[in-house]
Design a binder for this molecule. Sequence first.
Ligand code: SF4
Length: 291
Amino acid sequence: MQFLAYVDHKFMHPPIVSTRKGGSFYASHASLKVKNIWDEWEVEGTCLRAQWYRLKGKPRGADSEDPDGRRMMDYGNVIHEYEIERIKRSGTYIDDEIAFYDEAHNISGRVDAIVYNPMSKSEPKEMMGVELKTVGGVYTSGGALVPGPKGFGPKPQHLLQTMVYADYYKDGISTWLILYFDRSSGKSAQHIVILTPDGVSVNGQLRDWKIENIYKRWELLTGYLEEDELPPTDYTMFYNQEKLDVMLERQQLTKTQCAMMKSGKPLAIGDAQCRWCNFSEECDPVACKAL
Ligand code: SF4
């Protein structure tokens, strides 16, 4: 293809549209119901109720005033910029911080970077989408950096977000990379994500996570928003005794937690999503005080 004809084609059919709209769903809040290893349905990604509160304009809880937590967040931003700079120097850089708005599904977001595949034999070279994530420790990264209890793979919320981008840019970009950088050790890891009609391929292994089902969750949320009805919770601030007993049996508790259970001491644990949720006070003002 002639260079100018290629530029004309890209101009008329841009793979990236940089518009944004208020009141949209966030790609980073994508969620999905999936079967866990015990064949039970559970939600991965952002709680529909938390998204409902945000879209209804409910006040967010105050952000943490912990200076250490703030420093960790800033470290994440600095690492992000540093890694983008390294990509620029590698000669593969095309663009970064690309505003995204999927009008058909009313989803907005921001793609971290678009790069050329340096191994590509085609002309022009294949483009790849990149999501950069920083994590706080090899041992707490749940398999994102090194094989964890659930194997080696991106964190579910990062995979779901990337699936949304991959679907939107499917005519121009088929390969997506989720790159992890560990703040404490400098270690890094790469996951290759490709959307297929049967689900999503992660590092060559197919998961039956379908993009249509991610959109269906947002359709469900749209119904709750239109009816002004609060969606049920997808997560739990504190597990009840029945859940704790099952977790004990399945060896999902730490040694200390097991010891507390066995000695009859109350165990106040729940889903991490509620601990970090900006709307926990709105959701359950009583329980939230004990978080
Ligand atoms: S506190 Fe938990 S259940 Fe309530 S909205 Fe937040 S994430 Fe959902």
